[in-house]
Each structure stands twice: as structure tokens, then as C-alpha cells.
Design a protein around this ligand. Structure first.
Ligand SMILES: Cc1cc2nc3c(=O)[nH]c(=O)nc-3n(C[C@H](O)[C@H](O)[C@H](O)COP(=O)(O)OP(=O)(O)OC[C@H]3O[C@@H](n4cnc5c(N)ncnc54)[C@H](O)[C@@H]3O)c2cc1C
Length: 396
């Protein structure tokens, strides 16, 4: 049976120094009204001005080489910046996908010309990218992607549709997984990743509204879009390998357990004077789970730092992490909404109600409830992730 690799990681002093810089920056920004903390800020906090400021601080594209606008810092330093931004509920949604996923993919598999053309603007926080994986009949099963690339001279023509493309209506580019040839016996052949300029008139972007009425999701329809040869990533047909590597980056970060961190912090704030033992136990259980998740997630950052591809470990942490995010919401619901005397032993409503932070906590709870359904689905559903873990352990 295979084993997981979860080595314990100690953050270097440079990372802890950096943490203080990020905290100072965030406190300053918040004090001058630069942002109001939100739950799930890496999806819903789309703020180009804020992203540009982070770009100027050198906190996007941190690990990329300097010649592409990066800052040649370590993965662990980047990790610290990410966790501070998420914990503060800062509006990082505009650049998140480019920094986490599309930049690294271009860096690993793109041509020199693609690196020079696209990476510097991503690192400046002015270039925003969408993920084009899911389709109406190919969400969990990406090998069933049907968006079709047909050869056309030196380039290709693209027809088909992508679904659930977060932020596509505000992004300039998408990297889409498309079908360029037959799937072959293992169903993983004939897939190709291409860069699409979403401003092309042959691309139609239609909104799908969230239960809250917010517009993050889209349907993206390709009406015979011309894709020049220089917009293909790596070799045609090599898309499966690229996309599975990309998913390790997509699934492994601290955003998979910190989406509700601003709510957790608010909850601790408003209940800090409560002597209710039941409540204290619930918060302590959440805190210890958070500490364990953080160690596992940091360990994955360490594997990535060494150039590894922690697919199975990332699946495990994403499954456990997104369930934790939901648990924070459930505890907050019990405490803030059902916290009348005697209900579930949480008899602290008067103390909590007297706290000046209660209104902010309730707003964060409302955001968490409305965004919660997506936590365990996006980036691969929990059922699928458990299948990956089982296969990694040799159990299926
Ligand atoms: C907030 C959010 C943001 C997203 N952003 C993007 C984005 O930017 N770009 C993008 O491409 N996609 C995005 N997605 C799509 C997301 O990754 C897919 O929704 C997800 O992978 C599931 O695919 P599906 O919706 O087609 O469901 P399906 O694949 O149809 O699955 C439906 C259900 O069946 C289960 N299931 C399916 N196959 C199996 C199996 N073999 N064994 C056991 N159970 C199975 C699934 O686990 C799930 O519960 C986003 C989703 C959310 C919620």
C-alpha cells in the first residue's frame, strides 16, 4: 500500500518576517477603507485596485523567476502571504487564479514567448484569468471534455462550451481544456490546453447567478474561435498530464480551509467573554482541527517547493479542509442564530448580543451560508477526491 508524504515543515524566519509586513499592510488598508473583510474572498473579492497594490508589494507571482516579473521567493514565503490575505478576508479574487494556477502552468509548459508575454502582467496584478475545465457533461470526469479543436492552417478553430467559469466575465483570458483528437484506450489522450482571449467577439459569456444573486459563475460559449498556434500550451494532446498537475496546485492551497476564516475570527471575537463551557469546547475543537489542517497543507507547500506533484495529499487536504469550512459555518449558525438559552447548551445569546462586533459576525455568517454549497464541490467534489485518495492508497 502506498503512503502519504506529510513531512513536518518549519517556516523559515524570512517567512515570519514577511508575515508581519503583510499584517501591517492589511491593517493599514483596512483602516483607510481599502477593503471590508468578506468570507470566500478568493472567489467573491474581485478588486483590481487591491490586486494591483499587491502586485506592487511583490506579493503576486512570488515564486516565479525575476525575468518574468516574479520575485524568486520560496513557496513557503508565498504560503504565508496567502494565509494572511485569506485570514483577513482581503479581496484577492481578481488575480487568484492567475497566480495559483495559470501562471504556474505557463511557467512549466508554456513557450518562452508565452512566458514573456503573459507572466509579467499577472505578477503586476493587472491580468486576470479564468479556468476552463468543466462542461455540461464533463465536470467530475474531465476526460470527457468535448469543446472541440479542429486544425485550421497553422492554428485551430474552437467550438463548444465551458460551464461554471468563475470570473470569466471580468477576466481577459481563460485556459481551456479542449478535445483535439481521440481519447485513446486510457481516455486521457487527445486533450489540449489553449489560451483564449475572452474579449474575442466569437466568445459569448453568459451569467449564472449564485443563490445570493451575485454573479461569479458563467457559461462560456466558443463560436468557432480562431486559436493561433502560439496560444497552445505545450504539445497538442498533452493536456491531461498538464491539467492533473494543475489540479494539485488548485486543490492544495490554504484557500481550501480558510474561506470561512474571517467568520471564525469574528466568532471568537464576539464570544470571547463567554464562560459557556459547551461553546468553548466547540471553538477549541475547531481551532485544533484548523491547526492540524494547516500543518498538512504546509507540508504540501513543502513538497511543491521541492518540485513534487502531491496529487493524493492535495485531494486529502481539500476534502478535509472544505468540510472544516462548512463546520465553522454550522457552529456560527448555532451560536449566532440559535443561541437562545438552553438550545444545544449554547446559552450565551445575551452576552453575545451585547458585543459590538455582532453585526459584522452576522453579515459574515450570511455570506458563509450562501457560499457554503460550493466549498465541497469546486475544484473537484469530495466524492471524487476520496476516490483519488483511495486509489493513492491502493484501495481501488
Ligand atoms: C464555487 C464554484 C466555482 C467553480 N469554478 C469553476 C471554474 O472557474 N472553472 C471550471 O472549469 N469549473 C468550476 N467549477 C466547477 C466544479 O469544479 C465542478 O462543478 C465540479 O468539478 C463537479 O462537476 P459537475 O458540476 O459537472 O458535477 P458532476 O460531475 O455531474 O457530479 C455530480 C455529483 O455526482 C458525483 N459523481 C460524479 N462522478 C462520480 C463518480 N465517478 N463517483 C462518485 N461520485 C461521482 C459528484 O461527486 C457530484 O456529487 C466551480 C464550481 C463551484 C461550486
Amino acid at each position: 500500500m502506498s503512503r502519504f508524504t506529510f513531512e513536518s515543515i518549519r517556516l523559515p524566519d524570512t517567512a515570519e518576517d514577511l508575515r508581519q509586513d503583510v499584517r501591517r499592510f492589511l491593517a493599514d488598508e483596512q483602516a483607510k477603507g481599502g477593503f471590508v473583510p468578506v468570507v470566500d474572498s478568493w472567489l467573491s473579492g474581485f478588486n483590481p485596485d487591491f490586486s494591483e497594490k499587491l502586485g506592487r508589494m511583490g506579493w503576486i507571482g512570488m515564486v516565479w523567476p525575476e525575468k518574468y516579473g516574479g520575485h524568486a521567493r520560496s513557496t513557503l514565503e508565498r504560503y504565508v502571504v496567502m494565509e494572511e490575505l485569506l485570514a483577513a478576508g482581503a479581496p484577492v479574487g481578481a488575480h487568484w487564479v492567475a497566480d495559483r494556477q495559470m501562471g504556474p502552468m505557463i511557467l512549466r509548459h508554456g513557450t518562452e514567448a508565452q512566458k514573456e508575454r503573459f507572466l509579467p502582467d499577472m505578477a503586476k496584478g493587472v491580468s486576470y484569468w479564468a479556468i476552463g475545465m468543466s462542461e455540461p457533461n464533463a465536470g467530475s470526469d474531465l476526460s470527457a471534455a468535448q469543446a472541440k479543436l479542429t486544425p485550421d492552417g497553422a492554428g485551430w478553430r474552437l467550438s463548444g462550451q465551458k460551464l461554471w467559469s468563475s470570473g470569466a466575465h471580468r477576466c481577459q483570458y481563460m485556459i481551456a481544456l479542449c478535445r483535439s483528437g481521440p481519447a485513446g484506450d486510457d481516455r486521457h489522450g487527445g486533450l489540449t490546453n489553449v489560451i483564449i482571449d475572452l474579449r474575442d467577439p466569437a466568445v459569448t459569456i453568459r451569467p449564472i447567478y449564485l443563490i445570493s444573486g451575485e454573479h461569479h459563475f458563467n457559461e462560456v460559449i466558443f463560436n468557432d474561435v480562431y486559436i493561433s498556434e502560439d496560444m497552445v500550451i505545450g504539445e497538442p494532446g498533452d493536456g491531461w498530464h498538464q491539467v492533473t498537475e494543475e489540479l494539485a496546485h488548485e486543490r492544495s492551497g490554504p484557500e481550501r480551509f480558510l474561506s470561512t476564516m474571517p467568520l471564525f475570527e469574528a466568532l471568537v471575537q464576539v464570544t470571547q467573554h463567554s464562560e459557556d463551557r459547551y461553546l468553548q469546547r466547540e471553538l477549541a475543537a475547531l481551532a485544533s482541527e484548523l491547526a492540524a489542517l494547516r500543518q498538512l497543507s504546509l507540508s504540501i507547500a513543502g513538497i511543491l517547493e521541492q518540485g513534487g506533484n502531491p496529487v493524493v495529499e492535495a485531494a486529502l487536504v481539500k476534502d478535509a479542509g472544505t468540510r472544516f469550512e462548512r463546520k465553522v459555518t454550522e457552529v456560527a449558525e448555532r451560536v449566532l442564530q440559535l443561541g437562545t438559552n438552553g438550545e444545544g447548551g449554547v446559552g450565551v445569546s445575551d452576552e453575545i448580543a451585547a458585543n459590538s462586533g455582532i453585526a459584522a459576525a452576522e453579515t459574515l455568517l450570511a455570506q458563509a451560508i450562501l457560499h457554503g454549497p460550493g466549498f465541497t464541490i469546486r475544484g473537484g467534489t469530495n466524492e471524487i477526491l476520496r476516490g483519488i485518495v483511495a486509489r493513492g492508497l491502493g484501495l481501488r
